[in-house]
Design a protein around this ligand. Structure first.
Ligand SMILES: [Zn+2]
Length: 478
């Protein structure tokens, strides 16, 4: 019987971190059927992969694609990077299990508008994903802020015992329906008032179902060691793995301090399971936060509900134009989105190189002028940091995007080029792969990504068009 696809003469980087090797790789149906030095059986479609790398499809562990994968299922920004699975529900905000009435609180508004929050359970969300059939697989975390918003009348206080009990019940049900774990966004005003004990109580639900705890720390600024300590204590209390989201040392006074934070990771890792995700840029992006307004670095406004015409300018330019302070201008722009040039390049490199860091884009798909990480994060690691800057070998880069991620998040039979695994694959040219998306022109597919296969369906052939949609909802492996 002929195979469906045969990748000939490829360099396989299998996602496990081991050495690359030359092989032919055959796909039948949704699975990898055979890997051998030379396959003689015929295939319906043969692809000459000489000089190219065949790797597992990339797993974007940090996304806010919750509603977009359903509303715009072709999902070119991710597929064109070689991403075949996205993990949604990060930073405390998930569309799954959200019950929104009236205004969408910050930062849930990053995910969409009120009418987009129509998934009261993980099962409802899973059905919607399966019905939309996006080009990427989707797995979800459950957001702490989402739970708070469901069960509390105000987000600006800590939860009562009854409210915690209600959140726990909903989290438990969500985990039973396949959610990967719990995420928090403790830096945001909508969760900042939550006590450590509130989060610990929720984390108690995770271990029994082998869920994971991911956290946008309470602070990425000067108090970051305290914030890390809180995250690690929550992990120890719940006896669950911790993923520190988009690890960075933000703010000029904090630059260089990843030396300290990563040493703190090392020490904690002697007694518990800790990792982090990161994106390969020294600028961050989120909703505009008045607390983060400073003249120490540029802040670019990417959208503003009150003044959409100001998008693309720096906050300083807008404030000068209006003849007022940056804080006053910020207040007038709200709600709004921003890019903050708030990191040190050496910190970015240290975190990317850290053995327990995974790649996650943190892309914001609803932003009209998105941070280029939405379209460029993965090829930027492969091209800029790995090939051009030689920060680490390609086998390490791929491991951080695939095998490590699948293992940490318990995604079964994904993240490796292995016989009988799902055929989520990317074929790319290691000599030419690069990110094209820039801060001034951010919606640009990468170069050098030549084939992307999802569940055995060829979904992208490098020309900026989606050719197939075979993504599924992925549940946590039990
Ligand atoms: Zn975040």
């Amino acid at each position: 019987m002929a195979f469906d696809y045969l990748f000939r003469n490829v360099t396989v980087i299998d996602g496990g971190g081991g050495a690359a090797y030359r092989a032919d790789v055959a796909v039948s149906g949704e699975r990898i059927a055979e890997i051998a030095p030379r396959i003689t059986t015929a295939a319906d479609c043969e692809i000459d992969g000489a000089g190219k790398v065949l790797a597992p499809g990339f797993i974007d562990v940090h996304t806010h694609d919750d509603t977009n994968v359903i509303r715009m299922p072709a999902y070119l920004p991710k597929v064109s990077q070689g991403v075949t699975t996205v993990i949604v529900g990060n930073c405390g905000i998930s569309a799954a299990t959200a019950d929104i009435s009236g205004e969408v609180p910050d930062p849930l508004n990053l995910l969409g508008e009120a009418q987009h929050f129509v998934y009261p359970t993980v099962s409802a969300y899973a059905h919607a994903v399966e019905a939309a059939r996006p080009a990427v697989n989707v797995a979800t975390l459950i957001g702490h802020t989402t739970l708070r918003n469901n069960h509390m009348d105000s987000l600006l206080r800590s939860a009562t015992e009854d409210e915690i009990a209600a959140m726990r019940r909903q989290l438990r049900a969500a985990l039973q329906e396949g959610a990967l774990g719990l995420s928090t966004g403790l830096a945001y005003a909508s969760a900042f008032a939550a006590t450590t004990e509130e989060v610990m109580a929720l984390a108690e639900e995770l271990a029994a179902q082998q869920g994971i705890y991911t956290t946008h720390l309470r602070s990425e600024f000067e108090p970051i060691l305290d914030a890390l300590d809180e995250a690690f204590r929550i992990g120890r209390h719940g006896q669950v793995p911790v993923v520190v989201s988009h690890h960075k040392c933000a703010g000029a006074k904090n630059w260089g301090r990843t030396v300290e934070t990563l040493a703190f990771f090392d020490k904690a890792r002697e007694q518990q399971d800790i990792s982090c995700d990161c994106y390969p840029y020294s600028a961050s992006s989120s909703t505009l936060d008045l607390k983060q307004i400073t003249d120490e670095f540029d802040i670019v406004i990417t959208w503003s509900e009150a003044h959409p015409e100001e998008a693309g300018k720096t906050l300083q330019q807008i404030a000068d134009g209006w003849g007022m302070s940056m804080i006053e201008a910020g207040k007038r722009l709200m709600p709004a989105g921003a890019i903050y040039y708030n990191m040190d390049e050496q910190d970015v490199r240290r975190v990317l190189s850290y053995p327990a860091s995974m790649v996650g884009s943190d892309g914001l798909p609803n932003d009209p002028m998105p941070h280029p990480r939405l379209w460029g994060a993965f090829p930027r690691v492969l091209g800029h940091y790995c090939r051009d800057e030689q920060l680490f070998p390609l086998t390490v880069a791929i491991h951080k995007m695939t095998g490590m991620s699948a293992a940490r998040y318990r995604l079964a039979q994904r993240g490796r080029v292995k016989k009988d695994y799902y055929a989520d694959l990317v074929l790319f040219d290691p000599a030419t792969v690069r990110d094209v998306a820039s801060f001034t022109d951010p919606k640009q597919p990468a170069q050098g990504i030549e084939r992307v296969m999802v569940n055995g369906v060829m979904s992208y052939t490098g020309d900026g068009q989606i050719t197939g949609r075979a993504g599924r909802f992925l549940r946590r492996q039990s």
